[in-house]
Structures are given as C-alpha cells and as structure tokens.
Design a protein around this ligand. Structure first.
Ligand code: ZN
Length: 499
C-alpha cells in the first residue's frame, strides 16, 4: 500500500459525502415537501455506507501501516495521517448500536423540540432532552477525556480545545461585556433603525448583493447563491460551493448580513486547494476557524465605515428611498445598533457573545452532571437577566429557542464566540501585514485581504491545529484582547462613551 492508494480511498469517501451534501442542499432549496421521507432514507443509506467504508478493516490496516512509517512521511502526509487517525479512532470507539440510538434520539428530539417550542412548554421537551444528555455523557465516556466529559464533545467541533481554556477566556470576555453593555444602554446617543426600512424588491436585493460578493471575491463559476429559510453554506468540492440566504421585504440588511456571512464561509471553502480534496488538508481547521471567516467579513469588514464608503453609493443608486435621505454616518450607526435581545440570532455583535457564554456555562454543567435538565428554564432566565437585563416571559423565547440540543449538538455553541475572537485577532494581524488595509477596503480593493486570508489560513486546510494556526499568524495564543479592543474602539465612537 502506498500513500496515494490510501489517499484515493479517502477521496472516494469524500465523494460520497459530497453526494450527501448535495442531497441535503437540494432538500433545503428545491425539494417538494412530500419528498422528505424518501430523501431521509436515501441519506441514511449513504451515511451508513460512508461509515462502513471509513471504519473498514482495510482503512484501519492502511492507517496502522502509515503510522508505523511516520518518520519517513513528509510533514503534509504526516498531518493527513494524524487527522484521519483522530476521526477514525473516535468513530471506532463508538459502538454501532450506540450511534444508531443517538441518531434516533436526535431525530425524534427535533420533532419534540419543535412541538415544545410551538407550545412554549419546556416540560414537553424534558424527558427527551434528559435522554439526549445521558447519551452525550455516555459518548464522552466511550471517547475518553482528561478532565471534563464536556471536553470530549467540544473536541468534535474545535479539536484540541478544552472547556477549562474556554471558561477562562469567556470569563474575561463576560467581565468586559456586562458593564460595557450597561454603558451603551446609558448612552445619550439614540439610534433609530426605522430610518432604513422600506419596501424592497427581492429580485433587486439579490442582484445587488450578488454584485457585492462578486466584487469581494466570491467566484460564481465555482459557486451559487440560492434562497432558503435558514441560510447556510455547503460545499461539494472547492469548485462547487453553495450559499443560501433569506429575505425581508422591509429590511435589506436582513438579507445582506446573511449573504456576507455565508460568503465568508464560502471564501474559505473556495480557497481550499483542489489537489487536497478528500484529505484533511482539503478541510477547514475547525468550526471556530470557519466562523472566524464568516464573522470577519460580516462584522469586522461588512459593518465598518470604510466598507460602506465604497458600497453605500450602490445601495443609494439601486434602492434610493430611504437611503438617499440617510447619511453614511447615520447608516453606519444604524447597522451597528446595540440592543439586547432575548433571541441569539437577532443579536448584535456586542450582546451576541453573552448568549453564547450562557449556553456554554449551561452545557458544561449539564454534561458534567452538576445541574438537571428540569432546572434549565430557571437557570436560563436568571442568566439572561444577569447578563442582558432582560426578563424571559416564554420558554420559546428562552431555553427553547435553539435547535442544537435537540440534535445532540453539545459543544457546538462555544465555537461561535471563539470565531469572533479568532476573527478579531486575525484581522489585527492582517492590518499589521497589509499597509493601508482599511483605505484599500474603502476603495473597493478586497484582494489584499482575501489573498492574505487565503495564504495564511484557507490553503493550509487542517495542516495546522487551530492553536498552531493562531500562534503562527499572530505570534500569540488566542486572547480576548483583540476582540475587546475592537469593540471598545468602535462602540466608544458610535455611542460617545467615556472609557
Ligand atoms: Zn456561520
């Protein structure tokens, strides 16, 4: 067995995964409702086939041979073996019966959660969520961990990062955010978002936003933008990356923020080297690093003044009313309005992170067994009041708002805030490396920044771990410093704060 034979087996598995991704994309974009049943059976059949191929004796023996030969492999090949072995050993540790039980619990968890959310009754969800939490704790036992069982779950999404590290980082961030949000709340600056509401043609919205992301660097020869209820990005190959968005007739920024967010994910996928397709060098580092790419474009660049210096005339030209009567300064303040919300997905970039921190704190304790599922609404509501000063009146607007736990996705939430922190730290490094970066953005020159992200992050796939990547690019470990500085500087100006 030589390395290329091994690589070809990985590529074959990846092609099957691409087929599943395409079926999923189609299900959300085009499929008629009656097709759902058969579609999930088709996906389940393919998923079973992929799993069998991945944990096959054949692949195991290849991996064992390559691990023995490690010293003779190139560093890139070593990284491939390291990463495939990571995934392989995790999957191997989970008994087939357990995987099926978890999949069933997650699938019925979704419909039970949906019903409970509709009725805003957490009690309806309690027995199923208890079952899912127990299964996830069992998963952690199968997989193994050093300190906290929650670490074994985070590892799937953010390899190598443990809850102790996240706790320390989140504690620092929380200590900054809570008083900072109070200062913003007490500011005399009042912002009225209604000034940019109107009646906007959806076809026109899509045309304008397509032209913006094309200008930034999204390659429409290697990707598409379509409409769905929940925006997402998926890819079948670096040459075929799909993003989706949603519309509001009254608010163009509703659509734009999801287009530019998903574009950030897509630029990462389009920047993967095609020759690495199928191997870990053709995959993103982690969910946190992926999210750093979407948040960097959506928030740090896409909500900056220099970005709109270039694009605001385009909005004015295409939509005219109401933008002709709103100055760039005012528009900039409106799109950066800070307003605590009960709903995570409707939150601004400042308050958003407290939503994540509270979910992280709850998840950690749930998985470690120090709190009970039945007590979640009370704990949730207390934290929302403490962090955001809001009262939760209905579970649908509180503990029941997110789908993640119903599908067993514990350990996923922290990657959202890690993404914000990575993004700010990367962007600070990019500003150092690219003279006049923001001036360039205001002139519509995006290739220096995109080229920088490509060469520093995208093209390496999983060669580096997230920790190594951050240290290589920025010279230090992940820290809250850059994100805190970014928020403080930006919002001090917008809200005329004294800090
Ligand atoms: Zn995202």
């Amino acid at each position: 067995m030589n390395f290329n034979e091994f690589k070809n087996k990985l590529i074959e598995i990846r092609r099957l995964q691409s087929a599943v991704a395409l079926l999923n994309w189609d299900q959300q974009v085009y499929m008629p409702p009656e097709g759902v049943g058969e579609r999930s059976r088709t996906i389940a059949a393919l998923a079973g086939l992929i799993h069998q191929k991945f944990i096959s004796k054949e692949l195991e023996s290849d991996l064992l041979i390559l691990r023995k030969r490690q010293s003779r492999l190139t560093t890139k090949r070593k990284a491939v073996v390291r990463e495939v072995w990571r995934d392989f050993s995790r999957e191997k540790k989970l008994p087939q019966k357990f995987v099926e039980e978890l999949a069933r619990a997650a699938s019925s968890g979704y419909s039970i959660w949906k019903e409970a959310r509709k009725k805003s009754d957490f009690n309806l969800f309690v027995p199923q969520l208890k079952k899912i939490v127990n299964l996830k704790r069992k998963e952690a036992e199968y997989v193994g961990y050093k300190n906290s069982p929650y670490d074994a779950l985070i590892d799937v999404y953010e390899p190598g990062v443990v809850s102790e590290e996240i706790s320390a980082i989140f504690f620092e961030l929380k200590s900054f955010l809570i008083p900072f949000i109070k200062k913003i709340k007490n500011s005399s600056v009042k912002i009225d978002p209604n000034c940019i509401m109107g009646n906007f043609d959806t076809k026109k919205q899509i045309d304008v936003f397509k032209s913006i992301i094309k200008k930034i660097g999204f390659d429409f020869e290697k990707g598409r933008l379509d409409e769905t209820t929940h925006p997402f990005c998926t890819n079948f190959h670096p040459c075929d990356v799909r993003i989706t968005t949603r519309f509001s007739k009254n608010d163009v920024m509703y659509c734009f923020s999801s287009v530019i967010h998903e574009m950030g994910h897509a630029l990462y996928e389009q920047g993967i080297l095609p020759e690495n397709f199928g191997t870990p060098l053709g995959e993103s580092v982690s969910l946190g690093i992926h999210e750093s790419q979407s948040r960097l474009w959506e928030k740090i660049v896409g909500q900056s003044k220099h970005f709109w210096v270039y694009f605001y005339p385009l909005l004015k030209k295409n939509f005219q009313d109401p933008f002709v009567n709103v100055s760039l300064e005012e528009f900039y303040r409106i799109i950066n309005l800070v307003k605590p919300s009960l709903i995570r997905t409707e939150s601004d970039e400042v308050t958003y992170n407290l939503h994540i921190i509270l979910r992280f704190e709850i998840e950690k304790e749930l998985i470690e067994g120090s709190i009970d599922v039945a007590d979640l609404p009370e704990i949730w509501n207390q934290k929302i009041e403490e962090y955001l000063g809001l009262k939760v009146k209905k579970d649908a607007l509180g503990v029941l708002q997110d789908v993640h736990w119903s599908g067993g996705d514990f350990g996923y939430f922290p990657t959202y805030t890690l993404g914000n922190l990575y993004a700010a730290q990367f962007y600070a490094a990019a500003k150092n490396d690219i003279p006049g970066l923001e001036k360039k953005v205001s002139l519509g020159q995006f290739s220096p920044l995109l080229g920088w992200l490509r060469s520093k992050i995208h093209m390496h796939g999983k060669f580096y771990t997230a920790g190594d990547l951050v240290r290589n690019i920025t010279g230090e470990n992940l820290s809250t410093k850059y994100f805190v500085d970014y928020l403080a500087k930006k919002y001090k100006d917008i809200y005329k704060l004294k800090i």
